[in-house]
Design a protein around this ligand. Structure first.
Ligand code: FPP
Length: 241
């Protein structure tokens, strides 16, 4: 695979997280409705998942819908959910072929029945795969995730399942959506914005950040390789020397 020539195969980031931004602008630039941008964005999702599987990334966390995205016009929100259902129905077999497991992070309890049904179905179908784990962040907010973890820990303390002295960073990590997973090594944001936007606030404490002006529908395997090459050049010290 000649695209991988520039990177060190022995130092592939285990966990990559991506803020997929720029679908709307991609469509507007072409005089198309914003939803056409989201459709194009799904094609990128497919390509990047497949590529991450091939190069041996273990976890890929994608920000698909934030708790703030409800503020968008109803029409766009419902189009996004339709696309999600369509994607899950259509792509689950392809994901299976690639040995991908799907995991969902965020509060999906308020989603409509058909959406939750597809989510459950896809999860079930792929649950025995042991390749790339894709975390789809849906109705996800990093602060809310932390608040919910605090509430769960308080419940544990009240019912004497947890003692106060046991509360540390490691214990806390077991009460967030990514419990049991390594933190992202690399956080990528497309679309020319330099914000974290309430994504994985706890988990990105030591992640390398990589930004590009490229809009998500145009984001390519080559772009991902440049991100990984830059990541490999940076020395990660975790606060040490
Ligand atoms: C940001 O573009 C993108 C989103 C809010 C949603 C991301 C969704 C997809 C890539 C498609 C759905 C994914 C799956 C897996 C079903 P934007 O609309 O904020 O773009 P803009 O900043 O140009 O307006």
């Amino acid at each position: 695979m000649d695209e991988t020539m520039d990177i060190d195969g022995s130092k592939i980031p285990q966990h990559i997280a991506i803020i997929m931004d720029g679908n709307g602008r991609w469509a507007q630039k072409r005089g198309m409705p914003r939803t056409a941008g989201h459709r194009a964005g799904i094609k990128t999702v497919k390509r990047i998942i497949e590529f991450c599987s091939q190069i041996g990334v273990k976890y890929l966390t994608l920000y698909a819908f934030s708790t703030e995205n409800w503020k968008r016009p109803e029409r766009e929100v419902s189009a996004l959910f339709k696309l999600l259902v369509y994607y899950l129905r259509r792509e689950v077999m392809e994901l299976n072929k690639n040995n991908v497991r799907l995991n969902f992070i965020g509060d999906i309890s308020s989603f409509k029945d058909d959406v939750r049904f597809e989510i459950e179905r896809a999860k079930q179908l792929l649950k025995d795969n042991d390749g790339l784990i894709v975390n789809l962040a849906l109705n996800y907010g990093g602060r809310l995730e932390i608040v919910n973890a605090v509430k769960e820990i308080i419940k544990g303390v009240k019912s004497s399942k947890i003692s106060e002295e046991d509360i540390d960073e490691k214990l806390f990590s077991n009460y967030i959506y990514t419990a049991g997973m390594p933190d992202p090594d690399l956080l990528i944001r497309t679309g020319g914005e330099y914000r974290v936007s309430n994504f994985l606030l706890w988990q990105i404490a030591y992640s390398e950040l990589w930004y590009t002006d490229t809009l998500w529908p145009d984001f390519s395997e080559k772009d991902l390789l440049s991100a990984i090459a830059d990541y490999q050049e940076r020395e990660r010290r975790f606060g040490g020397l």
